[in-house]
Design a protein around this ligand. Structure first.
Ligand code: ZN
Ligand code: ZN
Ligand code: ZN
Length: 370
């Protein structure tokens, strides 16, 4: 699997005229060799030559974490008194063009720029992004398992197993996080719980605000699902809506109905060959027609895989057609500032047989007594 990914990356480097690719913190390194760099100041970096070897430069104290694959890459552990930037520069040789991963620490990039002034620098995402965006069968299985685990937590919420009224957003958020771990996630990326007017803020942080009866509650949660062999896992991300402590007002029921129709339409539009922006338009046109266009303030979705947000982006202006294996969220929202808001989100994979949702939990607004 990794041999094939490295081969495809080298072919893409040749097409792009890139001599060396550097992968550090971020999704490229786990994608290429199954190892995730620790997000610390000490440098971990794979030096991948298009027409030469691959070497993982890594702090000596972290060498034991790496699963060795002598056929794919060499390991060069560096000691505390070594100069890892010089090491990487030496391993690079005198390349014309180097591509460096988007999430690489600026401190390392700036030092490398200094050390290699004659080199042209590119973002590696232009090479690895399209490769990572096309999930293979193993990756789709992992996304399915992650989605099913998140679905189980959604079903528990929808069954009323978690009390909302009288608890703070933060308390409910922590409980959702615990349940994600209990259902097989290795760690939790986020657990947004936004009640009442807070639901109008798409990236609200769960606060100490106590949830009252007669309020809307937005729950958007996800994490990294644990893989059987301990290699870096794939992400879940889903949103479901609740009305707690009584019946929802007609006005909100109508708003939610618009959102639900918009989300379903976008999922149905996510067919191989359809430009990403047309999937966005499928959701947006329904929300526009209902008069909520100005309240849908973000793109319809983002790609997902080893990382929470990656290619392809489901957004106006992205005319790239969906290809089989693309995995992405479909998450339109309607946000009325100071009042309430709603979002509905599933992960979907574009397959030759049509869009396959990774999330199947009930899409209806769940009404709970508490
Ligand atoms: Zn987001
Ligand atoms: Zn989400
Ligand atoms: Zn999302």
């Amino acid at each position: 699997m990794y041999a094939e990914r490295l081969a495809r990356t080298r072919a893409a480097m040749a097409d792009a005229g890139v001599d060396v690719l550097l992968a550090s913190v971020g999704p490229d390194l786990p994608y290429l060799i199954g190892y995730e760099a620790m997000p610390l100041p000490r440098l971990t970096m794979l030096v991948l030559h298009r027409d030469g070897p691959a070497t993982l430069v890594i702090p000596r104290l972290e060498v034991a974490r790496v699963v060795e694959r002598d056929d794919l890459f060499a390991i060069h552990g560096w000691d505390e008194t070594d100069d890892p930037i010089g090491l990487v520069a030496d391993l690079c040789g005198r390349p014309g063009t180097v591509a460096v991963g988007d999430q690489t620490w600026a401190r390392h990039v700036v030092d490398l720029l200094d050390r290699m002034p004659a080199t042209r620098w590119r973002r590696a995402d232009g090479i690895t992004g399209p490769l990572r965006a096309r999930k293979d069968a193993f990756e789709i299985d992992q996304l399915r398992a992650a989605g099913a685990a998140a679905d189980r937590v959604a079903a528990q919420l929808q069954a009323g197993e978690v009390r909302f009224v009288g608890r703070t957003e933060a308390e409910v958020s922590e409980e959702i996080a615990r349940r994600l771990l209990a259902e097989g996630h290795a760690h939790v990326n986020f657990s947004i719980v936004a009640a009442g007017a807070n639901a109008a803020s798409p990236h609200h942080h769960a606060s100490d605000r106590v949830i009252a009866a007669g309020e809307v509650v937005l729950c958007d949660f996800g994490g990294v699902f644990a893989t059987p062999d301990g290699t870096p896992g794939y992400c879940s991300d889903m949103t479901r809506m609740f009305w707690v402590g009584g019946e929802p007002p007609t006005e909100f029921v109508e708003l939610y109905d618009v959102l639900h129709r918009a989300q379903s339409a976008a999922v149905a539009a996510a067919v191989v060959g359809t430009p990403c922006q047309d999937v966005d338009r499928a959701a947006r046109s329904i929300i526009d027609a209902a008069g909520f266009g100005a309240a849908f303030i973000h793109r319809t979705g983002h790609g997902i895989g080893l990382f929470e947000h990656e290619d392809p982006y489901i957004v106006a202006g992205n005319d790239a057609p969906l290809v089989a294996g693309n995995a992405f969220s479909i998450e339109p929202g309607i946000y009325l500032e100071g009042r309430w808001g709603a979002r509905l989100e599933d992960i979907v994979v574009a397959t030759p047989q049509g869009p396959e949702p990774m999330n199947r939990a009930d899409h209806r607004l769940t009404v709970l007594d508490a």
